[in-house]
Write a protein that binds this ligand. Structure first.
Ligand code: F3S
Length: 754
């Protein structure tokens, strides 16, 4: 059901050959990351050495995973490709749309009522196109992937930033935008800039209160939220072998918080134990046959400075437990120093909630270590001073933890067991104890603690720690509590101390589950009807984009000249708009509402050239659309930076914007514009940005000759009749020009499949 062993055998068979070839070509020993990258080249055997941080390379990932929020538009697009099934094994996981409030049973029931149309759509589209579907309540995407699909040496992409979690089982797993996932589902290659490499050497062994989480909390403190950008972080050394597989997953998971492309560990005994415990002995057997290929070469690890772009060393023997925060996951403070820091910064010392779970820390081991602290509180007659909430990572973990009495321990302490889902980690939390924007503190074992993330309150100070530290602090109710040195007063008025946590790497009686929540797709889904109600507010089937005719590029009107920073969030805002991410028409009502109009420095206030009146960007654009007039968006530097959200390209395209002309693009957004069949252009002379006036009309005089490596010419007609003619550059290659001419990349794929 879950994985295809023949596919994995094939990956391993080609891995040996390709790694040997890559060693020969690069003339050096290889890191694990390079082995996985070179063995997943789209073109097969490596024939050149790639420059890290420079070369763009096409890859062939083994798997795709999508979560319910991002899967909607990805799958609506995939339906446009005219394929019968996905080209690469794919799964969809319903975990983001379930709000935590009263506990697992009522919360899941409510989610199934409020989001049933989305779940029904995802289930039906999965069934039709050969996609594995994990129902609401089945678990959090990355925990389910680790338990069922991740395998050493594999390459995976997923439409969620914490896809990187699968590095805990030796994968190169990378979070991508929906458009990239759609390409791979449709049988196209996936492009990535060949990453730089950061090596983290771990020595010693975790002890006392220190957990795997503290490794990444420490690394985040060293590298900061941007330190891993464009790099794969590869962990190695004797300390790495002493960490459990799920602990490695935790470390890789939070690699997203330092901006890393992904993180990974070499295959070892802990991974083998996890594979066998999760019913995948056959993968372990196969992996054992090619063990040296599933880790970096000895010469690399013996002299890491020579082979990595940066090396960090951490001694687990002396590593201290940390809490990171508030408001940023890289503000690392060792326990014991937090009280002083909190008093200095006026962070509330009283802790209101302790939350355990999320894709980062919801494994069996995490629950046992936290439960060992909870049990001590019961035994030592300590009443928790904070509220407690638990989100198990998967139904398999929840069922096993219930069987083994772990959930009873938490419940005896008054904890609420929420659904096996993201819940408070993604702001899906109807917090009962506080409303409004009161200043308060919470501790959690999640990965992100940005302002408003958990409960929407900008004054909630959220601190990130290991599950056992979260449990201890929640019991004490104080941010400055140091369980290694401090005592607590129990119900009998006695001073008691918490002992160090103990946990179990894996359940001694094995994992067990009744219904894991998985629905396999039909062998032949051709007769399955995709469920989308015609009056739905949240979902809408897509219509193929119509190619832009050359004649439509004469008399193009300026929609907005954006001033300064214009990220994908400014182009397609998140927040409440996320509700409409499966409905292109509805979500288009947020198009460019965050961009600053260069002529009046206001947002969402642009001139309608026909009426002379000002209005919101989407409203004005819809009026142009009604008149069948194409428009152009002009922008500054690094236009479209930020998340890789494909909506930021689809919405302007849908509304009738034909071209985006900027000083420079964020590359992913530029590619997304190309994929949607629009023109993404840059000023040949940046100063020409200043020529653009509010009432300008644009004529693309040589668009008929649109060709690779050839700039285009635009005539700008100003209101007073004066004209400027400018040159604009583009980076379209022949294939991408065909996307443009066909109306979109998906239109071309469909044509090729016909
Ligand atoms: Fe979900 Fe939070 Fe992970 S939103 S996928 S649990 S980062």
């Amino acid at each position: 059901m879950a994985f295809d062993i023949d596919m994995i055998k094939k990956v391993y068979a080609q891995m040996a050959e390709r790694v040997d070839k890559a060693r020969e070509i690069t003339g050096k020993p290889l890191t694990l990351s390079e082995k996985i990258l070179y063995s997943h080249l789209w073109d097969g055997n490596p024939d050149k050495a790639f420059q890290r941080g420079k070369d763009y390379v096409d890859f062939a990932p083994d798997r795709i995973a999508c979560q319910d929020a991002t899967a909607q538009m990805a799958l609506l697009q995939f339906m446009q490709a005219g394929k019968k099934t996905v080209a690469v094994p794919t799964t969809v996981h319903c975990d983001h749309l379930i709000q935590a409030k009263q506990g697992a049973v009522p919360d899941l029931k409510r989610a199934n009522e409020t989001s049933n149309e989305v779940f029904d759509f995802l289930e039906s589209v999965s069934n039709k196109y050969g996609i594995g579907f994990w129902k609401p309540g089945a678990g959090i995407i990355h925990q389910v992937v680790l338990e069922n699909y991740a395998f050493p040496g594999g390459m995976m992409i997923g439409t969620d930033s914490h896809t990187v979690n699968a590095g805990g089982l030796g994968m190169v797993a990378i979070g991508v935008g929906g458009a990239d996932a759609v390409d791979v589902m449709a049988g196209m290659p996936w492009e990535l800039k060949f990453p730089k490499l950061i090596g983290v050497k771990l020595t010693g062994e975790l002890n006392g209160w220190t957990a795997s989480k503290d490794v990444i909390l420490k690394v985040a403190g060293i590298l900061t939220v941007k330190g891993g950008t464009g790099a794969i972080v590869e962990y190695f050394g004797p300390g790495a072998k002493n960490l459990s597989c799920t602990g490695k997953g935790t470390i890789c998971n939070m690699g997203a918080e330092i901006g890393a492309t992904t993180s990974t560990f070499g295959y070892d005994d802990a991974m083998e134990r996890f594979l066998r415990a999760t019913d995948r002995a056959d993968i372990a057997d196969e992996a054992n046959k090619i063990r040296p290929y599933l880790t970096g070469d000895d010469e690399v690890y013996a002299d890491p400075e020579k082979y990595f772009d940066q090396v960090i060393e951490i001694d687990l023997n002396t590593l201290r437990p940390h809490l990171n925060g508030p408001f940023t996951p890289d503000l690392a403070t060792p326990i014991g120093e937090l009280g002083e820091k909190a008093r200095k910064n006026d962070w509330p010392l009283k802790v209101d909630w302790g939350l355990i779970g999320s894709c980062t820390n919801s494994s069996y081991e995490d629950l046992t270590r936290a439960a060992s602290i909870a049990q001590q509180a019961i035994d030592k007659k300590l009443k928790p001073k904070s509220d407690f909430g638990i989100n198990p990572g998967s139904e398999q973990i929840r069922f096993t933890a219930e069987r083994d009495g772990l959930l009873d321990v938490f419940e005896n302490l008054g904890a609420t067991i929420f659904t096996n889902a993201c819940g408070p980690c993604i702001g899906q939390w109807d917090r009962s104890d506080r409303k409004g924007d009161e200043k308060n503190t919470i501790v959690h074992s999640f990965n992100r603690n940005f302002s408003k993330r958990a409960d929407g309150n900008p004054n909630t100070h959220a601190f990130v720690g290991s599950p056992e530290m979260v449990a201890a602090i929640a019991i004490s109710g104080r941010l400055d509590f140091d369980p290694m040195n401090d005592t607590l007063l129990n119900e009998d008025g006695q001073e008691v101390k918490l002992d160090i946590p103990v946990g179990l790497e894996l359940p001694p009686k094995g994992f067990e589950v009744d219904d894991n929540g998985y629905l396999a797709p039909k062998e032949d889904g051709s007769s399955v009807e995709v469920k989308v109600a015609t009056d739905s507010e949240r979902l809408e089937l897509l219509e193929p984009f119509v190619p832009i005719k050359d004649s439509e590029l004469q008399g193009v009107k300026l929609l907005i000249k954006a001033f300064g920073k214009c990220t994908t969030d400014h182009i397609s805002m998140a927040g409440p708009w996320l509700r409409y991410r499966g409905h292109l028409d509805n979500i288009s009502n947020n198009t460019l509402i965050g961009a600053i109009n260069a002529f009046n420095k206001k947002t969402n206030f642009v001139k309608n050239q026909f009426t002379g009146e000002y209005g919101g960007v989407p409203d004005v654009q819809r009026e142009y659309k009604a008149k069948e007039i194409k428009t152009i968006v002009v922008g500054d530097h690094n236009y479209g930076e930020g998340s890789s959200r494909e909506h930021a390209a689809m919405q302007p395209r849908f509304l009738g914007v034909a071209a985006v002309l900027v000083k420079s693009f964020a590359r992913i957004h530029e590619t997304n514009l190309k994929k949607q069949g629009m023109l993404g252009l840059t000023f040949a002379n940046e100063a020409d940005y200043d020529l653009i006036q509010e009432d300008d009309t644009f004529n693309f005089v040589d668009i008929a000759d649109f060709a690779e490596n050839t700039p285009l010419t635009i005539e700008i007609v100003h209101k007073d009749g004066n004209k400027d003619t400018i040159k604009v550059n583009h980076t379209y290659n022949d294939a991408q020009i065909r996307w443009y001419r066909e109306g979109s990349a998906l239109n071309l794929i469909k044509k090729q499949n016909a």
